[in-house]
Every structure is written in structure tokens, then in C-alpha cells.
Design a protein around this ligand. Structure first.
Ligand SMILES: [Zn+2]
Length: 122
């Protein structure tokens, strides 16, 4: 299976998995053929803690996607493993979101689609 699909298929385990480069001991995100840090081609997949902090966020008040009902929080989450991931924040009142706030992953199961990883306050 190619690396682009592996990311989505691994979410079925209930955990977030990212590529990991054993040559330079760094995580790689988004998924790709070679490590962007050292150009190594042999990358592993490792499960992550699912824990992180809000790096930045915005409140979306007009959505072009029918799956997401505004207003909702769209954020960059910095995972404990050092990778930043664009995602939605759920189960969080708009007025309580803050940069630096600890969050944990929550998988949203969607009929006919792969699970969607979002984050909630930890
Ligand atoms: Zn590397």
C-alpha cells in the first residue's frame, strides 16, 4: 500500500500513526516517499500518543463544507512528538480555546469514509 493511503488506513486502529525516520530520529508529516530532513527512503510508521497543544487556531464562521457546521474551531495542533497537524477542535466552547491549551485526539467515524482525527480539550 502506498504511503498516502497508509496514513488513513492506520487510523482504523484508533490511533494516529506517522512516518518516522530511523536515520535521523524524526517524525515526518505529511506522508511522503523520503525523509524531508535527511532524504532517507526507508521510513517506518509509528503510533503516536495522540496528545498535543494548540499551536494556533481560528474560528470558522462560514463553511464551504457541508460536513462541518459553523461556527467551529480549526487549529494547528503541535503533537507531543513535535509535528504540527491541521485539524478541528471539538467539545470545546469557542470562548475557552487558547494557544497552548492541551488537547488529545478523538477519532470521528464517518459512514463510507476513513475515520477523521480531531482533537478535544485534554
Ligand atoms: Zn531522516
Amino acid at each position: 500500500m502506498d504511503y498516502k493511503h497508509t496514513f488513513w488506513h492506520k487510523l482504523r486502529t484508533g490511533h494516529l500513526w506517522l512516518q518516522y525516520c530511523p536515520a535521523c530520529a524524526r517524525y515526518v508529516f505529511y506522508p511522503r516517499e523520503r525523509c524531508p530532513h535527511c532524504w532517507e527512503a526507508q521510513l517506518d510508521w509509528q503510533p503516536l500518543s495522540g496528545m498535543g497543544r494548540i499551536y494556533s487556531y481560528t474560528v470558522v464562521r462560514v463553511s464551504a463544507l457541508p460536513e462541518f457546521q459553523p461556527p467551529y474551531i480549526y487549529a494547528l495542533v503541535e503533537l507531543d512528538e513535535g509535528v504540527r497537524l491541521a485539524t478541528n477542535i471539538e467539545d470545546c466552547p469557542l470562548e475557552s480555546i487558547q494557544v497552548g491549551m492541551p488537547v488529545r485526539i478523538k477519532m470521528i467515524n464517518r459512514e463510507g469514509h476513513e475515520a477523521l482525527p480531531v482533537f478535544v480539550p485534554a
